[in-house]
Design a protein around this ligand. Structure first.
Ligand SMILES: NC(=O)c1ccc[n+]([C@@H]2O[C@H](COP(=O)([O-])OP(=O)(O)OC[C@H]3O[C@@H](n4cnc5c(N)ncnc54)[C@H](O)[C@@H]3O)[C@@H](O)[C@H]2O)c1
Length: 257
């Protein structure tokens, strides 16, 4: 299992859920994984991800980082380069939900969602591109960026105004980075998950949203974090040759139906 052998990968929001599955799979595939999260706590419960990675026999580091804060993001990349010498892969996964329609979205809620989901992805992508431009081309890339978007970046997110807008911005950002830096061998793609059951409670698993998701998904089940991690692995690896600016849906067909 060495599809990412020797690569240095930063996974934001990697403590829990989908990011956790990505961090573990990338480590299994030989990457030196840096989990960048605001907390080591696990939303769905369990041991910290770096402990899980190490008990799997692989290499992982946790760096506390609020992706909405420029100084912390700069610190994350500085520490990663000082420790590992490069940043080959960035997965922009950290995000928060708003859970409110437009008329109920207070300014502070809007600001917090945009700060994490959009500004955080911008700050991390900027730091990654600046570092990747200094790196040699290997397997046709100086580095690969994978943004975790959502089907709700393409169609409306019911009763989740700020979140949907932020995800649509992330889909745009994916294309913009691909267009601006593809000639310089920086590859940027996205994975758009459909409904993924991560083990978290609350709004995510309210019966009406589960029923809505099942009705929208033409597949015998909803998604798992590993479904998304496998797609992220493909896009983070040299196997995704000539794939750039793409938003890969991992949604059981939600967007097809
Ligand atoms: N779960 C789904 O059904 C689903 C569907 C579509 C898209 N997504 C996307 O997948 C990604 C992961 O979702 P999830 O369901 O695993 O989420 P989650 O809430 O389980 O985990 C999110 C992680 O991000 C971290 N985080 C939050 N704010 C942060 C900040 N400011 N700085 C650093 N880390 C921060 C959290 O601590 C947590 O570890 C998100 O981008 C989400 O929008 C999820």
């Amino acid at each position: 299992m060495t599809r990412l052998a020797g690569k240095v990968a930063i996974v934001t929001g990697g403590s829990s859920g989908i990011g956790r599955a990505i961090a573990r799979l990338f480590a299994q595939e030989g990457a030196r994984v840096v989990v960048a999260d605001a907390t080591e706590g696990v939303v769905e419960g369990g041991i910290p991800v770096v402990e899980a990675i190490r008990s799997d026999g692989h290499e992982g580091t946790f760096i506390r980082c609020d992706v909405a804060r420029e100084a912390e993001v700069e610190g994350l990349f500085g520490e990663t380069v000082a420790r590992h010498g490069a940043v080959d892969i960035l997965v922009n996964n950290a995000a928060i939900r708003a859970g409110k329609p437009l008329a109920e979205t207070e300014e502070a809620l809007w600001d917090s969602v945009i700060a994490v989901n959009l500004k955080g992805a911008f700050l991390c992508a900027r730091a990654a591109v600046r570092q990747m431009l200094l790196q040699p081309v290997v397997d046709e890339a100086r580095g690969r960026i994978v943004n975790i978007s959502s089907q709700h970046g393409m169609i409306a997110a019911p009763e989740d105004f700020a979140y949907g807008v932020s995800k649509s911005g992330l889909v745009y950002m994916t294309r913009q980075i691909a267009a601006d830096y593809g000639h310089q061998h920086i590859v940027c793609n996205a994975v758009a998950p459909g409904k993924i059951l991560t083990g978290k409670t609350g709004r995510a698993i309210e019966p009406r949203w589960i029923a809505y998701s099942e009705a929208r998904t033409p597949f015998p089940r909803l998604g798992t974090p590993l479904d998304v991690a496998r797609a992220a692995l493909f896009l983070a690896s040299g196997e995704a040759s000539f794939v750039n600016g793409h938003n890969l849906m991992v949604d059981g067909g939600w967007m097809a139906a």
